[in-house]
Design a protein around this ligand. Structure first.
Ligand SMILES: *[C@@H]1O[C@H](CO)[C@@H](O)[C@H](O)[C@H]1NC(C)=O
Ligand SMILES: *[C@@H]1O[C@H](CO)[C@@H](O)[C@H](O)[C@H]1NC(C)=O
Ligand SMILES: *[C@@H]1O[C@H](CO)[C@@H](O)[C@H](O)[C@H]1NC(C)=O
Length: 378
C-alpha cells in the first residue's frame, strides 16, 4: 500500500518538476523575446480592431497655435526656383548646415538636375532643406559658408529654426509649406535624407507612368504598418506617453525617402495647419496628417527604408532608394546608370538570370538589411 502511494507521489512529483521546467523555459524565452516583437504584436492587433481617426482628432489645435510650429523666417530662399517650368518632381533633401560634402556628392551624382533634364527630358528640382546650426559658436562661420555655397549652387532653402533631430517635424513643415507657396504645380514631392542614394532615372520612369495614368492619392515608399511608439528612454526615437499616449502609429513611410503626388502634398499640408506638431518624429507626423485626410501609403519593394541595397546590376536595374551611403555615391552612380545594367537584365535569359541573382541576394542572405525577398520576383 505504502509503496503504491509512494509511486504515485513520485510520478506526480516528476510531472510537477517537468511542468515547472517547461514553464520556466517558456518564461525565460518570453522575457528574452524582443520587446519590439511584443510591441508589434500588440499594436498590430490593436490596429485590426480600431480606426485611428481619434488620433488626429485628439491632436487638433487651433490654426493660430499650429502656426507657431511653422512660422519661421527664411534665411535663404529661392522663390523662383519652380517658376515657369513644368516641374515633374520637387525633391527635398533634408540636410544640415555642416553636411557640405554630402550635398556636394548629391549635386554631382543623382541630384544633378542638368543631367536629368538632358537624359530624361523632365524638370526636377533638387533643394536642400536646412535650419540653423545648433552651436552658436560655430553658427556664424558656418552661415557664411552656407551663403557662399548657395551663391554658387542656388539650391538651399533655410529657415530660422535650430537644425536638430528633434526639430525634424519643423523641417517637414518647411518642405510642405515651401511647395504650397512656391511650387504648387510640381506633380510630385519627394522627401529624402542626405545619406540615401536615389536612382532618379528609375524613379522618373516610374513616376511618369503614375502621372500618365492620372493617379491620385499617391504616396509611395517602404511602409511601416502599425508600428508601436518606442518607449525605451535610451532610444533616439523615444516618445513619451504624454506626447503620444496610444499604442501604435498610423501607417507611414520612413523619412529616408518617400514620394507623394501633388494632391497628397497639398492635403497633408492642409492637415498640418491644425495639428500639434510637437511630435518630433517627422515621418510619423506625416502619417498622422495623411491619416487625418484618409490617405494611406502604398508599398514599393525597391524603396529601402533604412536598408542598403546590395551591389549588383540586377538590383540597379530596379532600385529606387538605398540608405546609408555617402562615400560611395560616385561609384554607385557610375555603376547604377551604366547602360550595361539594362543589357544584363534584358531578354528571357537576362530576366531569368536576374531573378536567380536577386533570389540569392535578397532571400538567402538574411544578414543583409535590404529589400524584401518579394522584390526578387518583380
Ligand atoms: C485624447 O486622448 C486622451 C487619452 O487617450 C483622452 O483622455 C481624451 O479624452 C482625448 N480627447 C479627445 C478630444 O479626443
Ligand atoms: C527647435 O527649433 C526652435 C526654434 O529655433 C528652438 O527654439 C528649439 O529649441 C528647437 N528644438 C530642439 C529640440 O532643438
Ligand atoms: C502639443 O503637445 C504637447 C505635448 O504632447 C503639449 O505639451 C502641448 O501643450 C500641445 N500644444 C497645444 C497647443 O495643445
Amino acid at each position: 500500500m505504502f509503496i503504491i502511494y509512494w509511486r504515485i507521489r513520485k510520478c506526480q512529483l516528476s510531472q510537477l518538476i517537468m511542468m515547472c521546467f517547461v514553464l520556466s523555459v517558456i518564461k525565460v524565452y518570453w522575457e528574452s523575446l524582443d520587446s519590439n516583437v511584443l510591441g508589434h504584436i500588440k499594436s498590430y492587433s490593436y490596429r485590426l480592431v480600431n480606426n485611428l481617426d481619434f488620433i488626429s482628432a485628439n491632436l487638433t489645435i487651433s490654426r493660430k497655435e499650429a502656426q507657431k510650429f511653422s512660422d519661421h523666417r527664411y534665411l535663404i530662399n529661392h522663390e523662383q526656383k519652380c517658376a515657369n517650368r513644368d516641374v515633374m518632381l520637387l525633391l527635398f533633401v533634408k540636410s544640415s548646415p555642416e553636411n557640405f560634402e554630402r550635398r556636394q556628392a548629391i549635386r554631382s551624382t543623382w541630384g544633378n538636375e542638368v543631367y536629368i533634364e538632358r537624359a530624361l527630358g523632365v524638370t526636377v528640382r533638387v533643394l536642400f532643406a536646412l535650419g540653423r546650426h545648433p552651436r552658436p559658436l560655430d553658427r556664424k562661420k558656418l552661415q557664411q559658408k552656407l551663403y557662399s555655397e548657395d551663391q554658387r549652387y542656388q539650391d538651399l532653402i533655410q529657415q530660422d529654426f535650430i537644425d536638430s533631430f528633434h526639430n525634424l517635424t519643423i523641417k517637414l513643415l518647411l518642405q510642405l509649406g515651401w511647395k504650397h507657396a512656391y511650387c504648387r504645380h510640381a506633380r510630385f514631392l519627394m522627401s529624402a535624407d542626405d545619406d540615401i542614394f536615389v536612382h532618379l532615372p528609375n524613379l522618373i520612369r516610374y513616376l511618369r507612368e503614375v502621372d500618365r495614368a492620372g493617379v491620385k492619392d499617391f504616396w509611395v515608399g517602404k511602409v511601416h504598418r502599425g508600428a508601436p511608439p518606442i518607449r525605451r528612454k535610451d532610444s533616439k526615437y523615444y516618445v513619451s506617453e504624454e506626447m503620444y499616449p496610444w499604442l501604435l502609429y498610423p501607417d507611414y513611410t520612413p523619412g529616408a525617402g518617400y514620394v507623394v503626388s501633388s494632391d497628397v502634398a497639398s492635403r497633408v499640408y492642409q492637415a498640418s495647419l491644425t495639428l500639434n506638431a510637437s511630435l518630433y518624429i517627422d515621418d510619423v507626423f506625416m502619417g498622422i496628417c495623411a491619416n487625418a485626410m484618409g490617405i494611406s501609403p502604398q508599398e514599393h519593394v525597391f524603396f529601402s527604408g533604412e536598408g542598403r541595397a546590395p551591389n549588383h546590376p540586377c538590383i540597379y536595374d530596379q532600385m529606387m532608394t538605398s540608405h546609408g551611403h555617402v562615400r560611395d555615391f560616385h561609384e554607385l552612380w557610375k555603376h547604377a546608370t551604366d547602360p550595361e545594367v539594362r543589357r544584363v537584365s534584358s531578354g528571357m535569359f537576362g530576366s531569368l538570370y536576374c531573378t536567380l541573382t536577386k533570389f540569392r541576394l535578397l532571400c538567402l542572405q538574411h544578414s543583409l538589411d535590404t529589400y524584401s525577398c518579394k522584390a526578387a520576383f518583380l
